[in-house]
Design a binder for this molecule. Structure first.
Ligand SMILES: Cc1cc2nc3c(=O)[nH]c(=O)nc-3n(C[C@H](O)[C@H](O)[C@H](O)COP(=O)(O)OP(=O)(O)OC[C@H]3O[C@@H](n4cnc5c(N)ncnc54)[C@H](O)[C@@H]3O)c2cc1C
Length: 509
């Protein structure tokens, strides 16, 4: 049996053990039948001008409830393979769940295995030579590998627990099981992703790297096979977990008539402050306390025409060069587990809706246009930057204001206002001014790096309640690229759901 004692308010100096002891003393459960007690949530309460820690402690006691079987299994025989396209969180968790439950599958990933991919990214950062199939967007682990590894989600799905536990089984620290805002960090994510792949292979899965799916063969409205650079793979189910940057794959699917629709996304810049500045703005005199870590923030502004908001905050993190095409710059952010870099960064983006572009693939063209303008500003992967205050005033900066941009391929001053649609620039300027009222000196102590364009998929691949394409049987679009997830956690959950869907109908193959 389990009982959770929540809302345990403790001083900022207390430890997890103090919280557990408090819960044991106040649980009203006979201590002789208690088998274990652990922290399952820890958050920071900074509301009343004072900083406290708020804990929830789970106490397990006899008699212990029997474990329930999590999944149901079908009896239908699979005639062909299950092919999963893309080894990001959606594809990885789908393959992991299937193989763990006795189902075979082939996981085809266009990029390299994670450690080879790290070498390609390092080489890009040093030489400016981009590997268009293995980079910050593409390769084992998907877009989230070079990230902060934030695992927050607002989807409220019970599968979140499975995702967190799977990460822990594969090497993540246990604190993600109880932190209010769990994060893993790029340094740990790489090993976790490699461990998950080893487990998939151990359980009978086939993992193919450097394998790009360039076509999906459809016969009588049912998927038949996928064509890759290594040949054809017959398939009865094709799970498309391609992420939001597979522009060639989107075009191929569109040309084949797979039903899709245009979707809203957001574009803007990465803002960087000194980490200490953000910590102080959020925690005051407690900034730097060992129990608090680096601080984050979340800011929103609702303009007349569109909204502007902070996104994907990376406390103590770095700005990354997230391009997957030559001739275009796009940025993003990542942090190590310790989050102790010099700066803290976040995307500051304005909403872009299908009214801002034409056609289903128009969002991609819009992203590409501004990525190529950013590249053109320096004629290289060197990023255009501007002090935030100068951006608001439309002035090209002449010198840094104290914050050194962390973008890895170097930077040059530019007029960032020219590198985004005018309507978005207007809202971004208004939004930044309003953020300055929420966090004092937010705009005077920061620098912007351009441009952030790949916040989410600019289109959706339409699917029915069976998670299959509405016009092709056996084709299952999942995760961020299909438009059904927005982040590591929700993409992973979508992957598990797709596996459950297959397992509930088919027998183990
Ligand atoms: C730098 C960065 C930092 C981020 N930080 C966070 C964060 O801290 N927290 C968070 O929740 N989210 C973060 N995100 C977003 C998060 O990474 C994505 O939401 C998530 O990875 C989406 O998962 P996915 O599996 O749907 O797609 P992806 O992770 O994009 O994976 C898709 C995979 O499919 C492969 N692929 C594409 N086309 C083909 C093809 N034709 N054939 C074979 N393979 C193909 C790609 O190579 C890729 O590996 C970040 C993203 C980036 C880029």
């Amino acid at each position: 049996m389990k009982k959770i004692i929540s809302n345990i308010l403790m001083s900022v100096d207390c430890t997890n053990n103090d919280a557990v002891e408090y819960a044991l003393n106040n649980s009203k459960i006979d201590k002789s039948i208690i088998t274990s007690a652990k922290v399952v949530k820890r958050s920071v309460d900074a509301r009343r001008g004072d900083i406290n820690l708020v804990y929830a402690v789970e106490i397990e006691y006899l008699p212990v409830e029997k474990e329930k079987n999590e999944f149901t299994f079908g009896t239908k025989k699979l005639k062909g393979d299950i092919v999963i396209v893309g080894a990001g969180p959606a594809g990885l968790f789908c393959a992991y769940t299937l193989t763990k439950n006795g189902y075979k599958c082939v996981l085809a990933e266009r990029g390299q295995s994670v450690y080879e991919r790290v070498k390609s990214v390092d080489s890009f950062y040093k030489s400016g030579n981009l590997n268009i199939n293995s980079n910050v967007q593409f390769g084992e682990g998907g877009a989230g590998t070079f990230s902060d590894g934030k695992l927050t989600t607002r989807v409220g799905d019970a599968r979140s627990k499975i995702v967190l536990e799977t990460f822990v089984e594969n090497g993540a620290k246990e604190d993600i099981l109880y932190a209010q805002k769990p994060h893993i960090g790029t340094d740990m994510l790489k090993d976790i992703v490699a461990n998950m792949r080893k487990e998939i292979i151990k359980n009978g899965g086939v993992v193919l790297f450097d394998t790009t799916v360039s076509d999906v063969v459809i016969k009588n409205n049912q998927v038949y096979s996928v064509i890759t650079n290594r040949g054809e793979i017959p398939a009865e189910k094709v799970i498309l977990a391609i992420g939001h940057s597979a522009r060639d794959t989107y075009s191929m699917l569109y040309k084949k008539g797979i039903a899709m629709e245009a979707k809203a996304f957001a574009m803007g810049y990465r803002i960087e402050h000194k980490r200490e500045f953000i910590d102080y703005s959020q925690y005051g005199k407690y900034a730097g306390h060992k129990n608090l870590g680096s601080a984050d923030y979340r800011l929103t502004y609702n303009g007349k025409d569109r909204s502007c908001f902070s996104f994907c905050m990376c406390p103590g993190g770095y700005v990354v060069a997230a391009a997957s095409e030559n001739g275009g710059i796009t940025v993003n952010g990542m942090s190590e587990n310790s989050r102790n870099g010099e700066n803290s960064n976040s995307a500051i983006v304005a909403q872009i809706t299908p009214n801002d572009y034409e056609g289903v693939l128009g969002g991609i063209e819009l992203q590409r246009k501004y990525e190529s303008l950013a590249y053109g500003a320096t004629n290289s992967f060197v990023a255009p930057i501007q002090n935030t205050e100068d951006f608001i005033n439309g002035k090209v900066s002449k010198k840094l204001n104290g914050v050194v941009p962390s973008y890895p391929l170097g930077y040059e001053f530019a007029d960032l206002g020219k590198l985004m649609p005018a309507e978005a620039v207007k809202t971004l300027r208004e939004g930044l001014k309003s953020f300055d009222r929420k966090i004092k000196n937010f705009t005077t102590c920061s620098v912007l790096t351009g441009v952030e364009t790949r916040t989410s998929a600019p289109l959706r691949i339409l699917r029915n309640e069976l998670m299959e394409s509405i016009n092709v049987c056996g084709l299952m679009p999942i995760g961020e690229g299909a438009g059904y997830a927005g982040g590591i956690m929700s993409a992973a959950i979508d992957g598990i759901k797709a596996a459950e869907r297959i397992m509930s109908v088919y027998d183990r193959n």
